[in-house]
Write a protein that binds this ligand. Structure first.
Ligand SMILES: O=C(O)COP(=O)(O)O
Ligand SMILES: [Mg+2]
Length: 237
């Protein structure tokens, strides 16, 4: 991390969601889910279906896949399928996954401006760290909070609050960048500003997501931060 957060700067910290925000990870999740459970499920899932299953962690991914088949899952079978999915996904989580446009440059620019940086995702921490390292952005992150960190996942605020505690910043001094309704709900409940990236993993429109601002690309983030910071200063007058 370069430099320190200049006094009075907002935000002091920028927290990023992972799937659908920093990375486009659906191709690996899609292939891994099919490899792990298609035998038991009796058919393969489409990319669009799997995109709809992503967002609330691996357990919900598996539960939603079985719900789409009209099948209920007992806890033991669900846990076995979660393990099977992670066995397939873990070693290949970056085979088809790509960093979203502007991610690297934006992370570097925010860090150079003295912003603390974190990733807060519902994906398990070990796969998250592996993906960040693969794309060369792990070292730029001050804190990484995965969905298996302990507290309830997004849309609850707890993972965001945990990241803030680890960064030693107040939620109102942080900005969350996400792609779905889980991210907006978690940030609102945490008392944190939130922006959403277009084209992520949600069936809702940008208007329906109702974040504080929307990004067409992560490269727009520095400019949007300037705008949000100005609006906050004006509101405080
Ligand atoms: O793993 C998921 O279900 C979603 O992960 P995300 O929180 O990074 O979007
Ligand atoms: Mg996401």
């Amino acid at each position: 991390m370069q430099g320190r957060t200049p006094a009075g700067q907002w935000p002091k910290a920028v927290l990023f969601d992972l799937d659908g925000t920093l990375v486009d990870s659906i191709p690996d999740i899609h292939e891994s889910l099919n490899e792990a459970i298609a035998g038991d499920a009796g058919r393969e899932f489409s990319v669009a279906e799997v995109t709809g299953f992503v967002g609330q962690g691996v357990q919900r991914l598996v539960e939603r896949a079985y719900a789409a088949l009209g099948r209920s899952l007992d806890v033991a079978t669900r846990d076995a399928m979660v393990s099977r999915f992670l066995e397939v996904y873990g070693p290949r989580a970056t085979r088809l996954t790509r960093l979203n446009a502007g991610a690297q440059a934006t992370v570097e620019r925010l860090a150079a401006n003295g912003c603390l940086l974190a990733v807060v995702t519902n994906k398990p921490g070990s796969e998250t760290r592996e993906i960040l390292a693969h794309f060369g952005i792990a070292d730029g992150m001050n804190v990484v909070v995965g969905g298996d960190a302990g507290p309830p996942k997004k849309p609850e605020p707890d993972l965001l609050l945990l990241a803030c505690a680890e960064l030693n910043v107040q939620p109102q001094d942080a900005l969350f960048v996400g792609d779905s309704e889980n991210d907006v709900a978690a940030a609102r409940a945490a008392g944190m500003a939130v922006v959403v990236l277009a084209g992520g993993y949600t069936s809702l429109s940008l208007e329906e997501l109702a974040a504080d601002a929307a990004l067409q690309s992560l490269g727009d983030l520095p400019q949007v931060i300037v705008m949000l910071a100005a609006a906050r200063r004006e509101a405080a007058l």
